[in-house]
Design a protein around this ligand. Sequence first.
Ligand SMILES: Cc1cc2nc3c(=O)[nH]c(=O)nc-3n(C[C@H](O)[C@H](O)[C@H](O)COP(=O)(O)OP(=O)(O)OC[C@H]3O[C@@H](n4cnc5c(N)ncnc54)[C@H](O)[C@@H]3O)c2cc1C
Length: 466
Amino acid sequence: MLIRFILNHSHPWLYWCHPLASRVLYWFQSTLTSSEKQVNSFDLDLSLMGKTGRNLIGKKYNEKQSKNQSDKVHKMTKFDFVVIGGGMVGAAVALGFAKQGKQVAVVENFAPKAFEQDQPLDIRVSAISQNSVNLLESLGAWSGISSKRVCRYKRLETWEHPECRTRFHADSLDMEQLGYIVENRVIQLGLWEQFEHHDNLTLFCSDKLERIEFGDVNQVTLDSGEVLETGWIIGADGANSMVRQMAGIGITAWDYRQDCMLINVETELPQQDITWQQFMPSGPRSFLPLASLEKDGQEVGQGSLVWYDSARRIRELKQLSNTALEREIAQHFPSELGPIKVLQAGSFPLTRRHAQNYFKRGCVLVGDSAHTINPLAGQGVNLGFKDVKALLEVCASDEPATEKQMRKYEIKRRGDNLLMQTGMDFFYKTFSNDLGPAKFVRNAALKLAEQSGPIKDQVLKYALGL
Ligand SMILES: Cc1cc2nc3c(=O)[nH]c(=O)nc-3n(C[C@H](O)[C@H](O)[C@H](O)COP(=O)(O)OP(=O)(O)OC[C@H]3O[C@@H](n4cnc5c(N)ncnc54)[C@H](O)[C@@H]3O)c2cc1C
């Protein structure tokens, strides 16, 4: 237990300091996890994407896709890679493999609803770092995404006491923006639009994984009865990954004692280029700017509010009418927000998970199936895209992918994912109490961070994945 604690809490810094330390600790952790698996392996019945996904099934897209599907289905049942899950991460990795000339299948349960400019913004949005934008550009998807609906932000500010703020600005790194806030569905659609340029990519949608028969070549049976043969199955099927469970990969996981509520609002303040977060003992309150809305010939600012609090409090908030929720927001959000009108809201439980292996029995995990993280710094899908980049790099040759390449992928990614998870937990634990001395120290630290010049730039670069 002690060793597990040390590995989980201290070695991210070693990973940072020396790549050799990363390898030694990776080896040590994998020997340890295999013996601890029975203790740590459990799965939680959370469906972070499921409900939203179900609501998003698009008739228009489905019709088009089922035509594509009927054109392609039965033509080929052997693939280099079968990707289970066509969400943001699965779609990106599938497209990357297709660009490398590999034969790829993507299996997705729910087609994303087609985009229309006058649709209200989705609740599920992500802050996308410049590094993720670079990946989406390299996949040819970014122009399709940015031509739909994105909101760039140039500034990031965080504080607890209003006098002790840490501020980041794109100018300090000579960048046009720090990143973009984009609806998850828009990212997924931008990637899916590229599928049709690749004859070597076959989409099975709406279909889902039913079982895997493991062997020298894995056989994947889908709900439709289709059987696909493949060297490697990519588990991109999210937090409750079936691929992970079927491959017998355990997870180390715990629930944060917080849920989070996402609330889309109209802002009376004009369109903003800042995302901010105020730490409160019961959990942070955040603002993410969204693409503005055209209303009666006028531009109206929109934003996504994130309210972290105890599960009980979030349950109470969910029962409120929009007007009552507006009153609560006015009382509990900082004055930077200004007056708002609530448009829609949804809530999500928060759980940290980390797979004990990233590959096993011809299955490889990417994105949320490998790791979930406290979203307080908006890093989840950015880590997923870093997994995609690393996996594509190790599989770049024309030869069939090997376990040795997958081990390289795991070594590249495990330390970085663990570092970010642990960093977020550090913030979560440090700020979620009301003790006077702790408050003093953390506010002093935020103020010090503001004055730290080059160190602050390095932290910013790390957060942006640069
Ligand atoms: C409240 C909240 C806020 C967040 N904010 C941010 C943020 O600002 N920035 C950020 O980077 N990240 C953020 N995240 C994290 C981010 O949303 C996730 O990391 C990201 O959605 C993971 O993408 P994925 O493709 O790995 O998994 P998912 O999005 O879960 O996609 C999995 C896909 O697999 C499909 N699927 C599942 N099972 C099967 C099956 N058996 N057969 C076929 N298909 C299947 C599902 O339908 C789904 O489309 C946030 C998360 C939460 C909860």
